[in-house]
Design a protein around this ligand. Structure first.
Ligand code: FAD
Length: 393
């Protein structure tokens, strides 16, 4: 039967399918790939070729599954409960690249790129951040200059998930934001840049991340990269609008990842507190432990209700609801981190080592307060949007 978190039978079946795959195939490889800082490319491709998840929000005609924002939230929640690092690679591909191109690209671009990106042949990412510009995105230094029937891109991008798929190999295809200064100092354009284009290279794969180590993060270099004009995505100089459209689903699915982390952490601390005894009774008889478990559950459910409510209202090709897409990420990212932290506390010494997963969940959870907008950026955006309202609904 459908319910608030599975509003249709299709959503329910999707959740069951992803949960079963995640428990069987994704969870067992998580610890090994975290330790080795390695992206499981073969497993990733199966999300496309076997499950149709890589293009979950893409129309059927371009090789996708044609589902909505709620479906995307379900997939992220389930994959993150098994392995947040693997799920981050999925998010960068399916939301930041695939959904972005499906919404903002033209039919030629969609027909050329999306079928391969939906079946897992191509692995994609999105390049916005730079070594010297993150939150202050309009300060980016990557420039695009028109030259006949090409644009020439120069600059560096930093922290790009799926930028590399191994220590030395670039990802396949990227959406790259660059300044078009001949238009205006605030004009950004969006380009499709493919591996193999001369001047486009892997600067470095970033090692020793705190968490999300099963996803790759890279610096990418653009040195006189000639991009044909057919690869300009949406209107020249108009990419801030494309960026805003995609940020809403990015933030809601990042919030869904925090829900997956919180759920798994609660399951682990609940089991442990039931089974472990101290002073002649199970840990879950102690008030302080009860507080960790009960508050975690209530906060998780509050975040879950907020996220599914916002997802149900989110139209993928409209501007979305910045106040609440920032709001769910602000709330859920810190909630997920705090819940994983409490899980470590409930497990004591066992929580501090890899075997019980919660130390990895805690390390992975921290990224969600930074990537896709820092919590301070959400404070800034939300306060600006709230300042225009006299009354709340
Ligand atoms: C593992 C990982 C994966 C990532 N994947 C991608 C990706 O695929 N594509 C991509 O483009 N980017 C990606 N990022 C980059 C990420 O989005 C940025 O790190 C993030 O936006 C913050 O930018 P920054 O690191 O430059 O920090 P800064 O913007 O320099 O911020 C530093 C600190 O200053 C604060 N701050 C900045 N401005 C303000 C302000 N106005 N008010 C209050 N506080 C402020 C910030 O909140 C933060 O606490 C990734 C990052 C990581 C770590």
């Amino acid at each position: 039967m459908a319910d608030f978190f599975n509003p249709t039978e299709e959503h329910k079946q999707l959740r069951e399918m992803v949960r079963s795959f995640a428990e069987r195939e994704v969870a067992p490889q998580a610890e090994e790939h975290d330790r080795a800082e390695r992206f499981n490319v073969d497993l990733f491709r199966r999300l496309g070729s076997e499950l149709g998840l890589l293009g979950v929000t893409v129309p059927l005609e371009f090789g996708g599954s044609g589902m909505d924002a709620t479906a995307a939230v379900i997939v992220h929640e389930e994959l993150a409960a098994a392995d947040p690092g693997f799920c981050l690679a999925y998010l960068a591909h399916s939301m930041l690249f695939v959904n972005n191109l499906a919404v903002n690209g033209n039919d030629d671009q969609r027909q050329r790129i999306l079928p391969g990106a939906c079946d897992g042949t191509l692995i994609g990412g999105m390049c916005m951040s730079e070594p010297n510009a993150g939150t202050d995105v309009l300060a980016m230094g990557t420039v695009a200059r028109e030259d006949g029937d090409h644009f020439v891109l120069d600059g560096q991008k930093m922290w790009i998930t799926n930028g590399a798929i191994s220590d030395s190999e670039l990802g396949d295809v990227f959406l790259v934001y660059a300044k078009q200064e001949e238009r205006s100092s605030r004009a950004l354009s969006l380009f499709l840049v493919e591996k193999g284009t001369p001047g486009f290279s892997l600067g470095q794969k970033i090692h020793n991340k705190l968490g999300m180590r099963a996803s790759t993060t890279a610096e990418l270099v653009f040195d006189g990269v000639r991009v044909p004009k057919e690869n300009l995505v949406s209107a020249p100089g108009g990419a801030v609008k494309s960026m805003m459209r995609n940020l809403a689903i990015e933030r809601v699915t990042l919030a869904a990842m925090s829900l997956g982390i919180a759920r798994r952490s609660i399951e682990i601390m609940n089991d442990y507190a039931r089974d472990r005894a101290a002073f002649g009774q199970p840990l879950n008889r102690f008030g302080q432990i009860q507080r960790h478990i009960a508050e975690s559950y209530a906060e998780y459910m509050a975040g879950r209700a907020y996220t599914y409510q916002v997802a149900s209202q989110l139209s993928l090709d409209a501007f979305g609801n910045r106040l609440d897409s920032d709001g769910v990420k602000l709330y859920c990212s810190t909630m997920g981190k705090n819940v994983a932290d409490r899980a470590i506390q409930v497990l004591g010494g066992y929580g501090y080592v890899g075997e019980y997963q919660v130390e990895r969940l805690w390390r992975d959870a921290k990224l969600l307060e930074i990537g896709g907008g820092t919590i301070e950026a959400h404070h800034k955006n939300m306060t600006r949007d709230l300042s225009g309202l006299d009354k709340l609904l």
